[in-house]
Design a protein around this ligand. Structure first.
Ligand code: HEM
Length: 309
């Protein structure tokens, strides 16, 4: 199968799973957009020469989201997890660069080909009548996918109270040409406890959005952007395998979330914006992990589809 056909088939499989919701993202359909500022920390330029990491404040747009491709998914629904956090950095030269993360340390699979088999299995499993066999067969030979499905993903008490992971490794290069491989993590300054299952089902449909609005009303919200560096033996090419947390990390900087994008502009701005993990700039490049380049093309195609009437 050609790459373009593979990427189209992935989008078809997402639509088969979640249904067609014109204008909305095929996955992470429900989201909210915030504006703020990123300020790089002193170690950031030592790791990378990227323009936003040199110590000047940079405007950012951030989108918190729920995993599901169904826009009406309630925030406490299990299909809302993993939650997403996408960030766009507006650079001084008018360019921009993005980070796209989710709240689980790992992905079900390592390659787009395997993700297609996984999604097709899920689509068959939710079809009428359901056919569970393709998913069962896939999971039997893909233990990381089984782990992803089986691991509890409790509903957070706040979008800003949990960790988010970049999953796919990148190469960070500084002015001296020194390169390091790492994965992004975004974390609250102080972690907040998740909800129990009983609490989650009792929460209002938009409780995560309401919580962020209320929190911003009390003042700015801060998150820390970290790069987890690869240790010898860490899986560079396989985002389904988490890395040890005991190895070196570099704090890239602090994200300060100041305000919600005004209600009247929320939906149109979300629909116009195209966060893309492949939107990279000098000083940050894809690693041998095949997913960054695949996701770059898939998200571009997804944008074209969702902009069609
Ligand atoms: C082959 C693997 C993947 C496929 C096929 C895929 C597919 C998609 C698609 C179609 C969208 C909507 C894009 C748009 O319309 O703008 C999307 C968004 C998103 N994906 Fe993925 N994805 C993959 C891997 C990942 C991984 C590894 C992560 C976790 C880091 C992730 C997290 C997200 C998030 C958070 C969004 C929402 C971004 C936003 O707020 O605009 N995806 N994905």
């Amino acid at each position: 199968m050609s790459k373009d056909r593979l990427y189209d088939a992935l989008l078809d499989a997402l639509t088969a799973t979640f249904g067609h919701h014109p204008g909305f993202r095929a996955t992470h359909a429900k989201g909210m957009l915030l504006s703020g500022t990123f300020m790089a920390s002193p170690p950031a330029p030592v790791l990378s020469r990227a323009a936003h990491l040199q110590g000047q404040p940079v405007p950012v747009l951030l989108r918190f989201s729920n995993f599901s491709g169904v826009p009406a998914t309630e925030d406490g629904d299990p299909m809302a997890s993993p939650h997403g956090l996408a960030i766009r950095f507006a650079l001084p030269d008018g360019e921009s660069t993005d980070i796209v993360t989710h709240s689980f340390d790992g992905f079900p699979v390592a390659t787009p080909e395997d993700f297609l088999s996984f999604l097709q299995g899920i689509a068959a499993n939710v079809a009428t009548p359901p056919d569970p066999l393709p998913l069962q067969t896939f999971l039997a030979s893909h233990p990381r996918a089984e782990h992803f499905l089986q691991t509890p993903k409790p509903a957070p008490s706040s979008y800003a109270g949990i960790e988010y992971f970049g999953i796919n490794a990148l190469v960070f290069t500084n002015r001296q040409g020194e390169a390091h491989i790492g994965r992004y993590r975004i974390e609250p300054l102080r972690a907040e406890p998740a909800l129990s299952e009983q609490q989650a089902v009792a929460m209002p449909a938009d409780y995560l959005q309401d919580e962020i609005s209320a929190r911003l009303g009390r003042g700015a919200v801060k998150l820390r952007l970290v790069v987890q560096l690869a240790a010898p033996g860490d899986a560079i090419e396989d985002g389904s395998i988490p890395w040890s947390r005991s190895h070196d990390e570099v704090e890239l900087g602090i994200l300060t979330l100041d305000a919600l994008v005004p209600a009247g502009e929320q939906q149109s701005a979300q629909q116009r914006l195209d966060f893309n993990p492949g939107r990279l700039i000098d000083g940050i490049a894809p690693s041998d992990d095949p997913m960054i380049l695949a996701r770059e093309r898939i998200y571009q195609r997804a944008l074209l589809r969702r902009q069609q009437p």
